[in-house]
Ligand binder design. Structure first.
Ligand SMILES: [Zn+2]
Length: 98
């Protein structure tokens, strides 16, 4: 039997329990950034919405139409993470070029 344990934006945590024995396993619908509880699907969702010049309102509407869980309420923490990753790529490219 699969039981919904919780969700964080688009990431859902499931618990699989057996009725006959104590077997129990938890798994998430998303990977997480290394050593954090930040689901990569939320970062990817914000990145995708920003890539098509859309924000949180459009993201909520998209998820509603697609019958998906609602995305993170605030895009800003993810925006900072995306900005840091873009800066890292930029500096690495610059370093190789120079
Ligand atoms: Zn069992």
């Amino acid at each position: 039997m699969q039981v919904l344990k919780g969700k964080s934006g688009l990431a859902i945590t499931f618990v699989l329990k057996c009725f006959a024995c104590p077997y129990r396993v938890e798994f998430s619908s998303s990977n997480f950034h290394e050593e954090t509880q930040i689901a990569t699907i939320n970062t990817r969702f914000v990145y995708a919405m920003r890539s098509i010049a859309k924000g949180a309102d459009a993201g909520r509407m998209f998820c509603g139409i697609m019958n998906l869980p609602q995305p993170p309420t605030s895009f800003s923490p993810y925006g900072k993470r995306i900005l840091n990753a873009a800066k890292l790529v930029y500096y690495r490219i610059q370093f190789k070029v120079l």
